[in-house]
Design a protein around this ligand. Sequence first.
Ligand SMILES: [Zn+2]
Length: 181
Amino acid sequence: MPWFIFLISVLFQTVHPIFQPMESASERILYKSLGTQVSPSSSPVQPERFRGYHTGTDFEVFDHERDADVAVFAICTGTLLRKTTASGYGGYAVQSCKINGQDVTVVYGHLRLSSIAAAVGDEIIAGEKIAVLGTGYSKETDGERKHLHLSIKKGKTIDIRGYVQAKSELDGWIDYESLMK
Ligand SMILES: [Zn+2]
């Protein structure tokens, strides 16, 4: 990356440590926030196959993005810990960061795995493009609609669960939306 972009990103982090994970993130529909409770019969998104309390924030795509490549950006600076696929996500990436001085792991879910240019162990700078979203209702998203699942887990241990069954377990995650207020 050019040195001036690096410098700007470092300066920006001292003012505000968190970047938006998608363009116009604050204008996107968020059907599921941290703590949204879902079940197959009651969910803001149908059909629903999961049950429990949502551990992250889902960012929906705009209509004009449905057939386009939609970039996902790192919300913080830190090492890429993992890039692979899992049931419920399709492709996903996990990054280790510090947010407000606290160790966290960030999960970016429903990505096109082949679009993740960074290697495990690489440092990704806040605001840098990580990947593009997977094609909706395909293997790339494990059959889910095209959207970004973003979760921020406290600590250094990777936990990719998209839902927890006890509300008290949500204490283990940080709410992206409250960070941006
Ligand atoms: Zn989600």
